[in-house]
Design a protein. Structure first.
Length: 224
């Protein structure tokens, strides 16, 4: 029984440690990870799992801390001009509609993989691409030729106002008071608009948002 309790405690320690490390090294989506980041994550996950198979919790914690500090130092260094290349540099693989063979070779990228990546971006022909850039995280950024890009409102001489942010002001029946300031509204205005549009109170609302034009969208519990 004691052994089982110790095992459960170790699991909780691992969960808490993982959460702390993820917050410590900063927010980053998986798509933004460089190959180096992925390799380090594999190492950290392997180290963190060690308490499940051995009893040396201290060495495990020490190893994780050292790895996390190392990641943080490298991340900080990459903010300075001299170390911009630490996380890798973008590579231009298509320029002026022409493939750059040396860059493809240097990044170990074959034509079939490149075509697949272009299709994910919505381009099924290299002839439609003016520039393609392989980013440090492995994604591809495409700048299409003018003849292949969708028309913009400017192209059609349309005067369309810029769209601002939308703010979630009510979630699960609770008013998000911290957001009201950013939305440039107050609680009285929200209650009036809520009554005007839905004849409802905040407790009846599953989700509500306000856009930059002060337009309120409401989703009531009864409609979910």
């Amino acid at each position: 029984m004691i052994a089982l309790l110790v095992y459960i405690i170790r699991c909780f320690v691992m969960i808490i440690t993982t959460w702390l490390i993820c917050n410590f090294i900063g927010k980053k989506s998986l798509a933004q990870f460089t190959p180096y980041d992925v390799a380090i994550l594999f190492i950290i996950s392997n180290v963190i799992s060690q308490p499940l198979v051995n009893k040396d919790l201290f060495k495990t914690a020490l190893g994780v801390i050292i790895l996390a500090v190392g990641i943080l130092i490298i991340s900080r260094l990459s903010l300075f001009r001299k170390f911009y290349g630490v996380d890798g540099m973008p590579s231009v693989i298509i320029a002026n509609g022409k493939l750059i063979k040396n860059e493809l070779k240097r990044n170990h990228l074959n034509i079939y993989t490149l075509l697949s990546m272009l299709r994910f971006q919505g381009y099924n022909k290299i002839a439609d691409v003016n520039y393609a850039i392989l980013e440090p995280g492995g994604q591809i950024s495409v700048i299409p030729k003018s003849s292949s890009r969708p028309p913009t409102t400017e192209d059609m001489n349309l005067n369309v106002p810029d769209e601002g942010l939308t703010f979630a002001v009510i979630i699960d029946g609770k008013i998000n008071k911290n957001i009201l300031t950013y939305a440039k509204i107050n609680e009285d205005w929200l209650l009036r608009e809520l009554h005007k549009t839905s004849k409802a109170k905040p407790k009846d609302v599953f989700y509500a948002e306000v856009d930059s034009n002060k337009k309120l969208y409401v989703n009531l519990y009864k409609d979910v």
